[in-house]
Design a protein around this ligand. Sequence first.
Ligand code: UD1
Ligand code: CA
Length: 466
Amino acid sequence: MVAKNSILILAAGKGTRMKSNLPKPLHAVCGFPILAHILKAAQVLNPAAIGVVIGHGAEQVKQIVLEQKSTWGITAPVEFFVQTELSGSGSAVKAALPFLQKHDNVMILNGDTPLLKAETLERMYADFEAKKAGALVLAVKVPNPFGYGRIVRDAQNQFEKIVEEADADAKTKQIDEINSGMYVFNSAALVRALGQLKPQGPKHEYYLTDTLSLIKQAGQPAVVFTTQDYTQALGVNSRAQLAEAAQIMRARINQYHMDNGVTLINPQDTYIDAGVQIGADTVIASGCYLLGNTQIGSNCTLESSVYINNSIIHNDVTLKLGTYIEESEVAETCQLGPYAHLRPKSVLKKGAKVGNFSEIKKAVIGEGSKVNHLSYIGDTQMGAGVNVGAGTITCNYDGKNKHTTVIEDHVFVGSNVNFVAPVTVHEYAKIGAGSTITKEVAAQGLAIARSRQVVLEKKGVKKEHD
Ligand code: UD1
Ligand code: CA
């Protein structure tokens, strides 16, 4: 049986206007590459296969897709086709001829429209089939059509042709209905039309857009499918359009979370990536960044300017102003900040506190333990109920290797203590303020490791005017 309903994404173009070393499909919008958003929407249609035409930065694009596709939830087989000569969207499709030959119908998507919606793609396919079309194009009316191909309709208001900006006369430029760069084709009709393409425009490119009028001329219907939500068609060609796309996607993401019971104090200034999950009744103040695959529980409070990347925050956590969390996990009812920093692989157990200007790296802070002031705790296993005094430092690095500090349950650490790792402090021990601990401390022991105070008598002090 011949497989149906497959999707081909054109991602070979140079993306010249981005002025970037990074291939355009890999530029991020709300935490995912543009291409990932398109693949994710494509996946929703459960296609038999997804083809990706690569060219500029081909190896890099292919590598990222292969590495990440499972984390993006792409289960359809992905096939790559290399376009060697970057001479337009029509030649990009020609590079994927074997893909067209395998599938009866194919949906083609530009690789630079991250705001497309799967539901629209589904409706396009349904309309294509209902109308027994040879080709279908998604068109939208936009406030500023500059730069897009215009949909030219005939006297019966039916599709006639698409005219690119560079080839449009003054009258055509007035048309505000544009080609979104999303299509469905009958593969056989498309293959025939591709064979008839002639180079067009100032850059002598083969336009995919010309195939629609060729298919119509060959006697098969070429139809226009429209949608009101024109934001879906925004093509990212420049950094300004990248920012615009991100802004629109952010608004959608924020709306989604508010609909799910999350309070955003100032949604215009809250930056939540597409992969983030947030529980109900969490309140998020202005200027927060929640990035990557971060998960936040319910009933949490995030004060201003909290930054969280790829981390898990459980329920009822308070993150005060300026807290910065990377690749870490924070259990229920913990409190962090103001200005706390969790570096990767830190774990805070239930009810732990990390406060003012404290830095935690690759450390476990046990249940109810407190590191409240001006401390650095790295490569540390800390038990429950530990109190760490202000200015405590784990000296975890000897210039070559990192070493572990172990602080067992209920240890009391006075202020301004250094732990020279590797070192273990057993449960219920106390460490005197100002100590530099280099040796194991027994359970319930009291360790004081500082020089005695000496008070020299005031003598022989020369007065200035003797
Ligand atoms: C294209 C359409 C235009 C439409 C607009 C929607 C054509 C000729 N024009 O214009 O009608 O309004 O998209 O956003 O298609 N590509 C390749 N190989 C190439 C050239 C391009 O794979 O040699 C890919 C690009 O990576 C991109 C897509 O095709 O994903 C469109 O190319 P782009 O240069 O962005 O076309 P536009 O000028 O935006
Ligand atoms: Ca484009």
